[in-house]
Design a protein around this ligand. Structure first.
Ligand code: PEP
Ligand code: MG
Length: 595
């Protein structure tokens, strides 16, 4: 048995979980490396050959299909891929790598295709860059046929009855949304950051999670016993019985505390100590979370990330207009009369749907994402708008547009909405007249021009995850720069203050739906800037309501003024953490701010 070991990463979703490790191979790029025993080499090469044969068959059948539907010129690329997949000069090096380096086939495919792509890209002729893209595609097909997800599922079957901790290099949003939640009790990844979408989903699902754990895949193997402490970011491999007993007790304590907070969260308006009314809403991604909104006492939905209707689906087809309308109706009717903010598709960037973008972007987060991608795919967007309008009569709908960078985009959305409304009315479906339209403020240009945007919309919503990413030039999902992802950076605070001022002047409601809204130390600051609406993962709602009931707006205003006068993120974090302790006393909720 392996000796006990503890690893540290970034805590992203609280709670304690105890289970057996299952290595999860991401659907996208990641290929965890696994060392082979000598006797495993031959079977691994055999497994690789079978995968290559299956990949050839699939690619040839795609070529036939494409030829019939689109014509021979489009099928050529698939014929070329099939040739690659049969070519010994391509397959041979992969097999040799398996044998000589004693590594699993997925890894050998990834390493060999990466080498080849680098060689093609270093050649001066443009055509070779296309070859690199072909190799990339062929590598993906091969990895898919090697099993990826299926393998993980099979191994989960082997562990029948045991709680499972998923151990992965990285989880994409669509991986995270497909985690079989009946068996999986936590996940741990080598990459990722606090506001990566897998982390956000973990909090929504109440799954303890730790990301950005260095050496994770080298240290934790299939079937190892693992304890995950999502509050402090610890991962224990083969822990001693004492450690397990300690964490079992902590798990019980946390469950008791959550139950009592939940009871107090239900019913009635939430007011601060001095009587200011505040709304605490939920961010959700899936229809299955509608029950959580009610159960955790949220005042409606402050952000429904509608792109997950697509990301949680198998295949590349979009949900039809009818399917979408049914989904929107389910949320609206299920939660009426509570308000439900549905955000239009925020795809592209790192959220997946690369095929929609059309080309391989070298910088996707600055590329066709959110409303830009919607404009580039007008049929996709109009279908969504019609579905939303057709469902609107079922409840209290508010529409929110992601990745807005300036006023023109809002005007363009209004024009498209008008057309969608006419189309829906023409079919005899009634559409309420006054559906509020809001803009996400998550791009610095939108924050800087919030005074121009506010008069054009009915409400604003601060998406602080992206606002921090774009303001500080720090990838929100990259663990190597996670120390630089600082919500308390004075630049972020100034932008937030500016947006709050613009909303106040235009008398438009402003909410915060980024992860900053889930941190009580930062909520003091927002409250002090006059913000009264917050949205967060459903499970955080009870804690936040309890916290808000205990503080006053005067205290919060003093704190906000003082925080805005400080010079560094560290100074602001230390100050806010201290104020949190002073204002909330012994039972102060936890903050992620470093004091
Ligand atoms: C944000 O950017 O803060 C936000 C709420 O949107 P998402 O996390 O889905 O990008
Ligand atoms: Mg965002």
């Amino acid at each position: 048995m392996k000796r006990p070991l503890s690893l540290t990463g970034i805590p992203v979703s609280p709670g304690v979980a105890i289970g057996r490790a299952v290595l999860w191979v991401s659907r996208e790029d990641s290929s965890p490396k696994r060392a082979l025993e000598p006797e495993e080499i031959e079977p691994e090469i055999e497994r690789f050959r079978k995968a290559a044969e299956a990949a050839v068959q699939e690619t040839e059948s795609t070529a036939r299909h494409v030829k019939e539907r689109l014509g021979p010129e489009y099928a050529g690329i698939f014929h070329a891929h099939a040739l690659f997949l049969k070519d010994r000069t391509f397959l041979g090096p992969i097999e040799r790598r398996i044998a000589h380096e004693r590594v699993n086939a997925e890894w050998a495919v990834a390493a060999t295709t990466a080498d080849l792509m680098a060689r093609f890209r270093s050649l001066p002729d443009e055509d070779f860059a296309h070859n690199a893209a072909d190799i990339d595609d062929v590598g993906r097909v091969l990895k898919r046929h090697l099993g990826g997800e299926e393998n993980s599922r099979l191994r989960m079957e082997d562990l029948a009855g045991e709680a499972i901790v998923l151990v992965a290099d990285e989880l994409t949003p669509s991986d995270a949304v497909r985690i079989p939640r009946d068996r999986v009790v936590a996940f741990v990844t080598e990459r990722g950051g606090r506001t990566s979408h897998a982390a956000i989903l973990a909090r929504s699902f109440g799954l303890p999670a730790v990301v950005g754990v260095p050496q994770l895949l080298a240290e934790v193997g299939e079937g190892d016993r693992v304890v995950v402490d999502g509050r402090d970011g610890l991962v224990w491999r083969e822990p001693s019985e004492d450690v397990v007993a300690f964490f079992r007790e902590r798990r019980n304590q946390e469950a008791r505390r959550e139950r009592s907070l939940k009871e107090r969260s239900l019913g009635g308006i939430t007011r601060t100590r001095d009587g200011a009314e505040v709304a605490v809403r939920a961010n959700i991604e899936l229809l299955s979370e509608i029950g959580d909104v009610v159960e955790y006492g949220a005042d409606g939905v402050g952000l429904f990330r509608s792109e997950f209707l697509y990301l949680s689906k198998e295949g590349v087809e979009f949900p039809s207009e009818e399917e979408q309308a049914a989904a929107y109706r389910e949320i609206l009717e299920g939660l009426a009369p509570r308000p439900v903010v549905i955000r239009t598709y925020d795809l592209g960037g790192k959220k997946g749907a690369r095929h929609l973008v059309g080309s391989d972007e070298s910088n996707p987060v600055l590329g066709l994402r959110g409303v830009r991608l919607c404009f580039a795919r007008p049929e996709m967007f109009s279908t969504q708008l019609r579905a939303l309008l057709a469902a609107a009569a079922g409840g209290n709908l508010r529409l929110l547009v992601p990745m807005v960078s300036g006023v023109e985009e809002i005007r363009r959305v209004r024009t498209l909405l008008k057309k969608a409304r006419e189309d829906v009315l023409e079919r005899g479906i009634s559409v309420p007249d006054d559906i509020p339209l809001g803009a996400m403020i998550e791009v610095p240009s939108a924050a800087m021009t919030a005074d121009l945007l506010a008069p054009e919309v009915d409400f604003l919503s601060l998406g602080t995850n992206d606002l921090i990413q774009y303001t500080l030039a720090v990838d929100r999902a990259n663990e190597t720069v996670s120390d630089l992802f600082r919500p308390t950076h004075p630049a972020v605070l100034r932008l937030v203050a500016r947006v709050a001022e613009a909303a106040r002047t235009a008398q438009k409601p402003l909410s915060v739906c980024g992860e900053m809204a889930a941190d009580p130390a930062l909520v003091i600051l927002f409250l002090g800037l006059g913000i009264r609406e917050f949205s967060m993962g459903p499970r955080t709602v009870p804690m936040m309501k309890e916290f808000l009931r205990g503080i006053s707006t005067q205290d919060a205003e003093r704190v906000a003024r003082a925080a805005l006068s400080l010079s560094t993120a560290d100074e602001v974090s230390t100050f806010l953490a201290q104020e949190l302790r002073d204002l909330a006393g012994d039972g102060a909720p936890r903050t992620a701010m470093r004091a």
